[in-house]
Design a protein around this ligand. Structure first.
Ligand SMILES: Nc1ncnc2c1ncn2[C@@H]1O[C@H](COP(=O)(O)OP(=O)(O)OP(=O)(O)O)[C@@H](O)[C@H]1O
Length: 176
C-alpha cells in the first residue's frame, strides 16, 4: 500500500470480514484474500458479494478506488468453484469487459490469485495493442475459460475463433 492508498477516502473498510459473509466464501478464496492482505470488506464488497453469490443481477455505481474489482472477481470465482468438474479448454465460463487496456490488465492481475484456486482453468487477457494472431494461437494452444478484455479485441476474437464454446453463458432463466 502506498501513502496515497492509506489516504483514499473511497476505500474505507466496514466491520464485515470476508469470512463473515453469507453465503460463506470458500476456504481457498478466503486464503487468497488473506494472502493479499484483505480481511475486511469495503462497503461495496460487503453489499454486492452476497448478492452476486446468490445469483442476483447487480449494477453498481461506486467511486473510484472503492474496491469494485474484488466485488465482482470474488463472486465470479465462487460461482465458478461450484461447478462439479473443470471446464473443457475452449469452454468459456465468463467474460469481463472493461473500457480500457489498463483497466483490463489491472483486473486480470487482481483476478489471478483467485483464478489460481480453480483447477484446470485458464484466464486470458484480450486487449488491443497486441498481435491478434498471437492471441488466437495462445487460445488454441492453451485454452480460454475466462476472457478479460476490451470490447474491440473481444469482438475480434469471437468473430475469428469459432472453436470457442459460449453455450455456458446462455441465459436460461428469465430475469424477473
Ligand atoms: N477489502 C479491501 N481491503 C483493503 N484494500 C482493498 C480492499 N479491496 C480493495 N482494496 C484495494 O483498494 C484499491 C482500489 O481497489 P479497486 O481498484 O478494486 O477499486 P475500484 O473501485 O475498482 O476502482 P476503479 O473504479 O478505479 O477501477 C486497490 O489497491 C485494492 O488492492
Amino acid at each position: 500500500m502506498d501513502s496515497t492508498d492509506s489516504l483514499n477516502p473511497n476505500r474505507a473498510l466496514t466491520d464485515t470480514r470476508f469470512s463473515d459473509l453469507k453465503p460463506p466464501l470458500s476456504r481457498p478464496v478466503l486464503d487468497a484474500l488473506t494472502q493479499a492482505g484483505f480481511h475486511h470488506c469495503t462497503p461495496v464488497q460487503a453489499t454486492t458479494i452476497p448478492l452476486l453469490c446468490g445469483y442476483k443481477d447487480v449494477a453498481v455505481d461506486a467511486a473510484t478506488g472503492s474496491g469494485k474489482t474484488l466485488a465482482f472477481v470474488v463472486p465470479l470465482v465462487e460461482i465458478l468453484r461450484r461447478s462439479s468438474s473443470p471446464p473443457k479448454p475452449l469452454q468459456v465460463m465468463g467474460i469481463i469487459i472493461s473500457p480500457t487496456r489498463e483497466l483490463s490488465s489491472q483486473i486480470y492481475s487482481v483476478a489471478q490469485p483467485f483464478i489460481a484456486t480453480l483447477s484446470n482453468f485458464k484466464s486470458v487477457l484480450l486487449v488491443g495493442g497486441v498481435d491478434v494472431k498471437a492471441d488466437l494461437k495462445r487460445i488454441e494452444e492453451e485454452g480460454a475459460n475466462l476472457l478479460i478484455g476490451t470490447p474491440g479485441r473481444l469482438f475480434d476474437i469471437m468473430e475469428r475463433l469459432d472453436i470457442l464454446d459460449f453455450r455456458n453463458l446462455e441465459v436460461t432463466d428469465p430475469i424477473s
